[in-house]
Design a binder for this molecule. Structure first.
Ligand code: FES
Ligand code: FES
Length: 176
């Protein structure tokens, strides 16, 4: 067993002092040390995207990053979006369009989509499909996921009716 190191992680606007082994992934530390289990564990080798989070706004696979590498970055997990009682607009659109079935892949898709929409506020359907092809879903067939993201983008641009969430800013209060 390696010697543990003291690190400070900034997750969803909160700071956590953590004693971690250098070999522990950010995914395991988020789940087991920070207690945020919304980020799911799938393949653990960078293929499925179930563990996708935002690091300084960029979608990152948390299973491919060591926790000790994440110091100094602004980390956002699915818990930053909304709650079952108060989903954000993207979560609401996933629900409206049936963009999930078993839900295992959903946290990863939500964070991938949030990072994508922050960079591409007016994406083409093809662009959404290409971006979402980074993650795997075994249930939905992807059409409904693409529909949900397309509608969220349109709502955020004011081109469709429905709820619109504040963008995920580093300084924004975490919901829930
Ligand atoms: S669990 Fe990280 S990509 Fe599959
Ligand atoms: S909803 Fe089941 S894997 Fe995507």
């Amino acid at each position: 067993m390696s010697e543990k190191q003291l690190i400070v992680l900034t997750v969803n606007d909160a700071e956590y002092e953590l004693l971690v082994e250098p070999r522990w992934t950010l995914l395991d530390v988020l789940r087991h040390e920070v207690g945020l289990t919304g980020t799911h564990v799938g393949c653990e080798h960078g293929v499925c995207g179930a563990c996708t989070i935002l690091v300084d706004g960029e979608p990152v696979r948390a299973c491919l990053m060591y926790a000790v590498q994440a110091e100094g970055y602004e980390i956002r997990t699915v818990e930053a979006l909304g709650t079952p009682e108060q989903p954000n607009d993207l979560q609401q659109a996933f629900s409206e369009h049936h963009g999930l079935q078993c839900g295992f892949c959903t946290p990863g898709f939500l964070m991938l989509a949030e990072g994508f929409l922050a960079q591409e506020p007016a994406p083409t359907r093809e662009g959404i499909r290409e971006a979402m092809s980074a993650n795997l879903c075994r249930c939905t067939g992807y059409q409904t996921i693409v529909d949900a993201i397309e509608e969220t983008a349109a709502r955020r641009r004011g081109e469709a009716s429905g709820p619109v969430a504040e963008p995920l800013d580093p300084g924004k209060e975490t919901v829930g």
